[in-house]
Design a protein around this ligand. Sequence first.
Ligand code: NAP
Ligand code: ZN
Length: 358
Amino acid sequence: MTDPTALADRSETTTVRAVGAQAPDAPLGALEIQRRAVGPRDVRIDIRYCGICHSDIHFTKGEWGTVPYPAIPGHEIAGVVAEVGAEVTRFAAGDRVGVGCMVNSCGECENCAHGDEQYCLTGNTQTYGSVDRDGTITYGGYSDHVVVDEDFVLRIPDGLELDVAAPLLCAGVTTYSPLRHWGAGPGKQIAVVGLGGLGHMAVKLAKAMGAEVTVLSQSLRKREDGLKLGADAYHATSDDATFDALAGRFDLIINTVSAKLEIGRFLGLVKTDGALVNVGAPPEPLPVPAFSLIMRRRTFAGSLIGSIRQTQEMLDFCAEHGIAAEIEVVSADQVNEAWQRVLDSDVRYRFVIDNSTL
Ligand code: NAP
Ligand code: ZN
């Protein structure tokens, strides 16, 4: 006879195929995880593509702190709605949707009330590695399905294919948000440090906003690509002459570098009253020489992804301006190799997993 307890347990969760890691230094491999049943306000998404963000690597390898293994990363999710809960009003089966870096927040604190859920004062629920509202640990998009509260699901406009839209859910909004906040637009000189996943989106978005864009990369080997993406100028940071030639040039610098940088040198490139905004998230501190700030009233700031409202605004902006990520699609068994290429700065410019290969 079937054990009734086992049946009840199984009816509450769904088994999902995934790719993840069991330890900081372990390679990624195939795993099975459990997802909660679709609640009244939930949307179950059949994941078609998931981008590979450098954050997936920092997190899974334990660079940012203790990880509740198994780690199933992935927060650039694009897919199709498979099922909705009874109270869901904004989505229906068959809709093309996305999920980014967060899947919940308190909804009540000052920041949530202001529509900045990413800065939820109790901590937003991250798409992976967070404690979810039911007490379970969240698992990300390197998997075939995800169940998410409808308030944290984005609509992917018709003009955007799902594979090239996936990276917009993190790389897109993480660069769109500070560009908007610090007023990128016509007449503004913007520099983007690091031409990887975030960097290449920053170039496209800043250009579409009407700014003049300069790439600051370690070398000139991606120069041709950078200019094709829309950059007006491209300089190597390995060349000391770059720092003399561009001193005091920029209204805004977006630093997307995943490693420690000599921030003082880059602050020297910022105009009076300009800002250097850090979105890169290396685990090491970034020491800032006081004089590099005070001599020109410069700002050194940071920015975390973007709100849900702004993520939708960014997706609509991309559809309107014909902007999407430059991607290399990989199958589930190529993810370890793709991660190594990200670590080697050999990504052009976002790896995206074809989740049908899980
Ligand atoms: P990525 O694709 O690996 O791009 C990072 C780029 O930084 C590389 O392509 C490389 O560009 C440059 N770089 C790498 N190592 C460097 C070094 N040692 N010195 C100088 N430059 C170096 O990474 P990503 O996915 O864009 O993410 C970038 C960073 O942003 C990560 O730390 C990630 O965790 C963080 N992030 C933050 C947020 C947020 O909300 N703030 C959101 C997403 C990601 P060049 O070859 O052109 O020099
Ligand atoms: Zn990310």
